[in-house]
Design a protein around this ligand. Structure first.
Ligand SMILES: *Cc1c(COP(=O)(O)O)cnc(C)c1O
Length: 429
């Protein structure tokens, strides 16, 4: 399972959201700009107002460029229909706003993306919606938190800083038994490596800014629903007037064509980095669900088709000089937000915010995005930076320095990647 190999989704990625026959044979859907759509006659105008017209009667309801991308995402996620939003955060917030009303109660995972949490804390309360966080480790026992007013369970799986995977089938079963909808922020796995609707989700969100666009050059989000959720979500979400620019959507369609090959490289490099740094004495824990001893590994293996290049580790030290030495020594990792682009990133997190669960680690949480550079360059770079940080952390402590030197002497061969062995044969398109 830790060995990315090409699969049939690659073929789907080439064909989805494309119709050369409709556009004079051009391989890609054209970039439609527009607000006004002119009707040929009064009768045509009246007909275009009907809801079964795929573009509505105005540019805000979408163009062929937008519809092509939405159709592709819906197909890849395995949902009924999709709506594009101008950012991933906008996709998250409009899901909450469209599905909740005053008096409702929403359960949100404690490992949710920080800005989604800020929105829930600062905006949903003002609207009279009760927000409750829950421990990301909860499965079926979330039933105890469901109230008569509960309308929605909002998951992020795995969490994009701490990588706990939710037991979505167990959660969805108890949610649906009480008429509660389940939404998931599925950005880490992308639509390729987790099929949310096969595991009980009603709504799946992508920060398309990340792997789908893939080049750190635009922001977009998507919300895909099953039929039941779409009928509730879409009429309301449309009313907010959110639109995405056709250039950005065109870039996202282009990104989709290479998503399969890019993700395999991100996956392989991410696992190589996680394995290489795990034994380092400066590192107290690695958080990556594809590692066999990770607490979420069993769920990852059961439900996911692969891993992306995003994971975290805990630098044992909290000394700011040590943290600074680590970041200062990195040559190939930029310090910055976001992920999913071609370039590697490292992000100082510190301690993630928690209110319904406790954060177990001392030390400094650092998030890594493995980009598309040569994996051995990335492994050597991060290993060197950890060495430098560790030397500073242990200076004056000979016993720990000895342990470090022993590790160093035995680790020279760890800078090479093992070649893929076990093929990935669990394709569920
Ligand atoms: C980045 C991110 C978002 C928000 O996406 P933007 O396009 O940056 O607004 C939402 N969820 C997760 C998990 C993310 O990592």
């Amino acid at each position: 399972m830790n060995s990315p190999v090409p699969d049939q989704q690659d073929t789907l990625l080439i064909h989805t959201g494309r119709d050369p026959g409709a556009y004079a044979g051009y391989v890609n859907p054209p970039l439609f700009r527009g607000s006004t759509i002119i009707a040929e006659s009064f009768e045509a105008w009246e007909k275009a107002k009907k809801t079964d017209n795929p573009y509505g009667n105005y540019g805000r309801f979408g163009s062929p460029t937008i519809r092509a991308f939405e159709a592709a995402i819906a197909e890849l996620e395995g949902g009924y229909a999709c709506q594009v939003f101008p950012s991933g955060l906008s996709a998250c917030t409009h899901t909450l706003l469209a599905l909740l009303k005053s008096g409702d109660h929403v359960l949100i995972t404690d490992n949710v993306y920080g800005p989604t949490r800020s929105f829930a804390d600062n905006m949903l309360g003002r609207l009279g919606i009760q927000v409750e966080y829950f421990d990301p480790k909860l499965g079926a026992s979330i039933a105890a938190l469901i109230r008569p007013q509960t309308r929605l369970i909002f998951l992020e799986s795995p969490g994009s800083l701490s990588f706990e995977i939710a037991d979505m089938p167990a959660i969805a079963k108890v949610a649906h038994a009480s008429g509660v909808l389940v939404a998931v922020d599925n950005s880490w796995a992308s639509p390729l490596y987790f099929k949310p609707f096969q595991h009980g989700a009603d709504v799946s969100i992508q920060a398309a800014t990340k792997y789908i666009l893939g080049h750190s050059d635009a922001l977009l989000g998507t919300v895909t629903c099953n039929k039941h959720a779409w009928e509730i979500f879409h009429p309301r979400a449309q009313m907010f007037g959110e639109t995405a620019g056709p250039e950005d959507v065109s870039l996202a369609l282009r990104g989709l064509r290479t998503l399969g090959v890019r993700l395999r490289q991100h996956w392989q490099s991410g696992v190589a980095l996680a394995q290489a740094i795990k034994p380092h004495p400066a590192v107290s824990r690695v958080l990556h669900p594809a590692l066999v001893d990770d607490p979420s590994h069993a769920l990852w293996k059961r439900d996911f088709l692969g891993a992306s290049g995003l994971f975290s580790f805990v630098l044992a030290s909290e000394d700011q000089r040590v943290v600074s030495a680590f970041f200062g020594a990195l040559k190939h990792f930029g310090i910055g937000l976001s992920w999913g682009g071609f370039e590697s990133l490292a992000l100082p997190v510190g301690k993630p915010k928690r209110s319904a669960s406790s954060w177990p680690d001392q030390g400094t949480l650092i998030r890594i995005h493995a980009g598309l550079e040569a994996p051995e360059d990335l492994v050597a770079d991060i290993s060197d930076a950890l060495d430098i940080a560790h030397r500073l952390a242990v200076s004056g402590e000979p016993a720990r320095a000895d342990r470090f030197n022993q590790w160093r002497a035995g680790s020279q061969s760890d800078h090479r990647l093992e070649s893929p062995s076990e093929p990935l044969s669990r394709l569920r398109v």
